[in-house]
Structures are given as C-alpha cells and as structure tokens.
Ligand binder design. Structure first.
Ligand code: SER
Length: 397
C-alpha cells in the first residue's frame, strides 16, 4: 500500500460535506473513476470530524466512552485492486497476528443480504458462525453522505464481556448493547448513490466503474483495547490533556472523579478546536466556523463547571500541540495563531455570559419577588437570542 498523508479536515470542492468524516473522502473521485492515482492501494491515518450531517456524535461526547468529535481514522484502500477476501484477511491478520488480539474476543457483523461475506468469513478466514451477525442497512451499509460512493460493509467488534458466553454474541450484536466495541469497518465500495434513498431501495445506486475497499479503524478505540483502558480517555492519546486540565484546576481526587464528564468533554473538544483552527476554520457565526464556535463554547461551558472563570483553553491546547505535533507539524507551525483564536473566543464567551447572567439574575429576583418558580420558555429564548446566553447555562442555573 502507498502511504498517503491525511487530507485537511476541510474537504476540497465537496459541497456534500462540511468536514472530512472518513478516510475515503480524499479518495472519493478515485472511487467514482473521475480521478486516476499512480497507485491502486493506499493506507492513511486521516483526521476526521463527526459533528454534522450523516455522522454526528456531538451529543454523545462526554458521557460516552468511545465517541469523539475529532479522531484519527486508520484505513487501507483498494481502487479496483483487491476486494472482499483480501480486505478481511488483512484486517484479521493485523488484529490477531500483529496485535495478537485473541480470536475469541472478536466478532463480526455483515450486511444481511451479503451472503458472499458470510461465506468468506466462515470458510476462508475461519470465523466461528456463532460470532457473525447479519444486520440491516442502518448498521452495515455505508454511505459518506446522502449521495456518493457507498456499499455494504462488514465490521469487526471487540468483546468486552466474553464471560457472557458465546450463545448470546449474535443477540448482543443485533441489540447493539454494551457488550461490543466496534473497532474496524470494512466497506466494499460498489455503488454511486445518485439521489437520496432513505429506504435503501437501491433504485438510485449505480455500479462504480472500479469497485474497491475502504476501511476505517478508530485509532482511539484500538489504542484503548491495546492499552487496556476502561475508556478511550484512559489512553496516552488523552491522559496528558486531562492531566494538564487538572493541573490548572488543582482538583483533589474526589472532585476530579465527580467531574469526569467535564474533563472528557474538554479533552475531546480541545483536540477538535486545535485541529480545525490549524486547517483554517476559525470560530465564527456561519457554516464550518459555527461548528468551531459551538465546540469551543461547549468546552468553555464545561470549563465553568470545573470552576474556570477566565480563559484557560490555550494552556490545554499547548498539551495537544505537544503530543500531536510531532506528526501533525502544522500544529507546531501555527501554534501561536491557534492559541490566539481560542483565547479570543473564550474572552468573547465570558463577556457574553456575564451580560446574560446579570439579566438572568434580575429576572430571577423578580420571579421570586412575585412568588413564582418557573422561568418561561419565552424568557429563556430572549436570553439566548438577544443576549447570547446559551440555553444550557440558563438550564444549569
Ligand atoms: N468509510 C468507512 C467509515 O467511515 C470505513 O472507513 O466507517
């Protein structure tokens, strides 16, 4: 495979996407046949964001052990070169031989109509049929966006609780309960979807000129498994960031343990913000910029829960730049402007919140004087729309 650099978080010339949301985005035209590359196999570690459109994990971040707004997706690709069997064999070999994960901790899902993949997993790779679940299009048919390259996929999952027994593996995969962690998605790119098709009728799927393979494995998840952490945040991708925040708060063990959601949100969001700004997305009111603003403000808001009352994120950003900058050198080159943009947004936020809080304070005092208990929606809306006080802050208070 040709090793190819990650492309920017901002997709070039692609109006169907706000952010690069998968490794295959930079190869979209190669799959569609309109771009020729000097290789037919590639491997990447791609910067991706999942905060908008078809793949949006924002609300999960914090409570979830395994969702992120920004993450690194490892992938191998075939453009009209190898197909299903080799993709499965490569993935299985990396996981079970190179990483030495025990086979009895792995299970797979396939698209319900994909008998070929079932046969290959069982008869060529040697996976026990009790470890293979057939699922519908929602889980096992991959689309980058409403239109564009797509195809059936097969996923490899990690069994966190093997003690629950082999008999219930398929059931757990079907129910998507807490037992399995999806680690690797192998997509068999076969079609170009020309129109949105919510029922997956297939009526608008045209065969691709050179069907291929697109795989994606979250670096954070595989690191979690290999470092045997309880969550993705217990890996060396995140602990330095969390430790840095804690250094600033000086929280004791009890407070730190109580505030884990806030620590995780900040760790996740600061990575996003640093990488977005490095790729030219600055906090602002519209489009991509508004996503950068939303993420930064969410981080700041959780920072206020930890007791911060003035800008602190640039210091946390330093740690991100330090641990990620050896590979992503753009972070080091742009360190100063990244930190300046972050601090500017924080100042703006604190000023806004202050104004909004004063108004809220007056309103609450008046409510109390009138013997009332409920702040009505209209007032909350006024605080948000006119004074810019985030609804979540009003709710918290
Ligand atoms: N494109 C697929 C995904 O994002 C596999 O890389 O999951």
């Amino acid at each position: 495979h040709q090793r190819v650099d990650s492309s920017s978080l901002v997709p070039t010339n692609d109006p169907t996407l706000l952010f690069t949301n998968a490794g295959m985005v930079q190869f979209k035209d190669t799959f569609l046949g309109s771009e020729k590359r000097p290789y037919t196999r590639a491997a990447t570690s791609q910067k991706v964001m999942r905060v908008s459109g078809k793949h949006n994990d924002l609300e999960e971040v914090g409570p979830s052990k395994r969702h992120h707004t920004f993450f690194e997706m490892l992938g191998n690709f075939s453009f009209g070169d190898y197909f299903k069997l080799e993709a499965m064999q490569y993935a299985w070999e990396l996981l079970t031989v190179v990483y030495q994960l025990p086979k009895d901790r792995l299970a797979v899902t396939i698209y319900e109509k994909d008998d070929e993949s079932y046969d290959l997993w069982v008869n060529k790779v040697g996976v026990d049929p009790r470890r293979i679940a057939r699922l519908g299009a929602k889980n096992n048919f991959w689309q980058m966006a409403e239109t564009g390259p797509c195809g059936p996929n097969t996923e490899i999952h990690w069994d966190k609780y093997p003690e629950r027994g082999e008999e219930t593996i398929i059931q757990s995969l079907e129910q998507d309960d807490d037992r399995f962690l999806e680690i690797w998605n192998l997509v068999f790119m076969q079609f170009n979807r020309t129109q949105a098709d919510p029922t997956h009728s297939g009526a608008f799927d045209e065969p691709l000129p050179s069907p291929g393979v697109d795989t994606g494995m979250g670096l954070e998840r595989i690191t979690n498994i290999l470092q045997q952490g309880e969550t993705n945040y217990d890996t060396d991708l995140f602990t330095p960031i969390i430790q840095k925040t804690r250094q600033l708060t000086q929280h004791d063990d009890a407070t730190f343990a109580e505030q884990w959601v806030a620590y995780r949100v900040i760790a996740d969001h600061i990575r996003s913000a640093v990488f977005m700004i490095a790729d030219g997305v600055l906090p602002g009111p519209k489009g991509r910029d508004s996503v950068c603003r939303l993420i930064l403000r969410r981080a700041i808001r959780f920072g206020t829960k930890l007791g911060f009352t003035e800008p602190f994120l640039a210091q946390v950003a330093d740690t991100v730049i330090e641990i990620m900058g050896t590979h992503y050198t753009e972070l080091v080159d742009k360190a100063d402007s990244i930190k300046r943009a972050i601090t500017k947004e924080e100042r703006l936020f604190f000023a806004t919140v202050e104004r909004g809080l004063e108004a809220l304070d007056e309103i609450l005092t008046k409510l109390q004087a009138d013997g009332q208990q409920v702040l009505d929606g209209e007032t909350a809306f006024f605080l948000k729309a006119t004074l810019g006080l985030p609804i979540q802050v009003t709710k918290d208070i």
